[in-house]
Structure formats: C-alpha cells, structure tokens
Design a protein around this ligand. Structure first.
Ligand code: S3P
Length: 172
C-alpha cells in the first residue's frame, strides 16, 4: 500500500507533461484521474478557447477556482491542473489543504515542441514561438516555485521515470 492518501496536483507550464504524467501516476497508484481542462470543457460544453473568447480569461479562472474547491471534497485523485491554475493564491491554498503540489518543469524549447501544433491554448495564440514561451515561463516561474512542494524536471526522462520519481519522493 502506498503512503499517499491525498490529492496529487500536477502543476507547470502548458506542455510540461502534466496530462501525460498524470496518466502514468493513476495507473501506478490506482487513483482516479481529474483533468481540470477536460472537465471544464465538458461542463461548459465548449472548448477553452471559446470560453476565453466569449467570457474572458477571468471567467475561466473563476470556473477553475470553483473546480479546485470541489476537488478538495472528493476522494484522493491525481489532478492534472491547467497551466494557470496556481496563478490565484486562493487556489494554491485550497490545493495544499487536500494534497501535495508537484511542479513539472521543461525547457522552453521542449515546451514549444510539445505545444506547437495545438490551437486550443488561447494564452499562446499568436505567440507560438520559443522566445515568447521563455518570457512567459520566466514571469510565471516564481508563482510555480512558490506553490511547489516538489519540483521535477522532465527533460530527457521517460514518463515512467518521472512518475516513479514523483511517487518515491512523495513517499520519502
Ligand atoms: C493555461 C493553460 C491551459 C488551459 C488554459 C490556460 C495557462 O492548460 O488551462 O488554456 O494559463 O497556462 P494546459 O497547461 O493543460 O495547456
């Protein structure tokens, strides 16, 4: 039996590997998976880019904050957060109440390779290039680092290695 009996919140920039690693973790821990973006899309009945276009980013952030609160009332899960979920300190506080926050990092070049063909990331619309990604990542870095209880670099590692490292370090 694993000692982990709380939510594992995966945070980090778009393309850091949150969804991929979350899927490996749920297999290893036998936990439910919560994909925040996917849930929001399903509940709102439209893609993230449409939520941004029609109602604005703040509205999307409000929905995200409500979802973080709801997750705190559910059984322990692996949660793949949106890249901006920790931008609100309120969300970080609520996440820490029900689990541990794991920050996945990757270089701007790696991120670019992973997200360049995606059209449903409004934050990167019209800015799909390495310098912009590097700049925004640098701006957000203090927020991610401030929220993180564990930081894991994903560059050059397999999803298996990363998931095993997370479990080992959480159980330490
Ligand atoms: C966002 C990241 C996205 C999604 C939304 C905003 C951000 O999630 O929540 O487009 O502000 O970084 P992913 O990190 O899963 O791409």
């Amino acid at each position: 039996m694993s000692k982990i009996d709380y939510n594992i919140f995966l945070i980090g920039f778009m393309g850091a590997g949150k969804s991929t690693i979350a899927r490996s973790l749920v297999q290893k821990l036998n936990f439910p998976l919560i994909e925040m973006d996917e849930r929001i899309v399903k509940e709102q009945g439209m893609p993230i880019s449409e939520i941004f276009d029609r109602y604005g980013e703040e509205h999307f952030r409000d929905i995200e904050s409500e979802l973080v609160k709801t997750i705190g009332t559910l059984e322990p899960s692996v949660v793949s957060c949106g890249g901006g979920t920790v931008l609100r300190p309120e969300n970080v506080e609520n996440m820490k109440k029900s689990g541990k926050i794991v920050f996945l990092t990757a270089t701007p070049q790696t991120i670019y390779e992973r997200v360049k063909n995606s059209s449903d990331r409004p934050i990167l619309n019209g800015h799909m290039n390495v310098p912009y990604i590097a700049e925004l990542m640098e701006k957000r870095r203090p927020v991610y680092e401030g929220a993180a209880e564990l930081t894991i670099s994903t560059d050059g590692k397999s999803r298996e290695e990363i998931a095993d490292e997370i479990i080992r370090r959480l159980e330490e």
